[in-house]
Write a protein that binds this ligand. Sequence first.
Ligand code: LLP
Length: 434
Amino acid sequence: MFVNDCLNVNEKGHLTIGGCDTLELAKEFGTPLYVMDEDTIRNTCKSYVNSIKTHYDGKGLPMYASKALSCKALVQLADSENMGLDVVSGGEIYTAMKANFPPEKIQFHGNNKTEAELRMALDYNIGKIIVDNLYELELLNKIANEKNKVVKISMRIKPGIDAHTHNFIMTGQIDSKFGFALETGEAMAAVKESLKLSNVDLTELHCHIGSQIFDIDPFVKAAEVMMDFIGQIKRETGHLVTELNLGGGYGIKYTENDNPVPYDNYMAAVSKAVKAKAAENDIPVPFIYMEPGRSVVGEAGITLYTVGGRKEIPNIRTYVSVDGGMTDNIRYALYESEYTVVNAGKADQEPNEKVTVAGKCCESGDLIQKDAPVADVQVGDTLAVLSTGAYNYSMASNYNRNPRPAIVMVKDGKARLIVKRESYDDLVANDLDL
Ligand code: LLP
């Protein structure tokens, strides 16, 4: 009935997640509220780990891309499922360190890592720095030299693959702020430059072609292009890159129109391509990393809101206003992302009307979804927006001084807080008097 496996309907007709009644969750923890289903996240992590065992002799490590949802509990969960971690800022590194995540299993991304962040990464012995540009390469080498270290690096390569996704989340093409371009020779020049430097050790190449991608083909093509590049590096310089990071980007189900491929199918296809290209280029099969973010947490999460108003504009549309909005889910405003909305107390009823779910911010574009089919929405109802586990809390803001919602984790009918709701005191904590 729903797009997400962790959801069900109980005898009262209420939506449940992880065996918990969503109306009870709303009452106990307040709204807006993010709810994450622990089993769904764990099962997805296991499926990534297992697919590398099945298709690639276990010669790889899936790394949770923590930008999708970074908080201590999630990082700890990823660790307990034997995942590595992809971080993209000092804040994400700090969260991982506070969660006692093993630093050697972390890779640090970013197109403008600050000098302070690079120093921090080296001080914490973060496993690998994914170098984005030449300036960063030189700076990293200098800092490593100062600290008397040799740092393992990867290089972010733009493989020139069109990933068929929203323009704003497509990253592998030449016109992108991320990484070194292959076509122009920029990538090879950077590789050669890195080989001259004595405090960096290039062991890996990285690519990430975009996000919310459903086709297998672009992943296979990217893997092939990267393997050919590793072969070319070996032939031109004699240096063997032994690891390949293929990024994240696997699509999830937001609505009935989305048809994600089982993640195992990606690994099956990509493994085959990598092995074939290794033979063709006469190089060993590399150790593989992948960096799923959205697919690990996206479908596991929902957001609960309370309806505070209903406005019927004849012949135009019906607005229902909820107690959150673009502050906890910016994705409609940014990408016009589609979501499934469920009236949580009437989850056993078929949708009988279309409503536009609006947030409470002082901004016309503050919508969660336009013309969403739902069952008979009244003031006081609890609405659930599905598949909000990824890039919702992590992109949340305090616009209009709205406190960020809490996150609860549910499992076997029990719920526990993993991120507290922000208080008004939190909002003014950094303010100083005139
Ligand atoms: N690795 C790298 C280098 C990335 O840049 C990303 C996402 C990932 C892995 C994880 O990709 P995923 O598996 O989650 O698709 N805010 C946007 C998504 C931005 C994705 C940024 N990079 C959204 O809400 O759709």
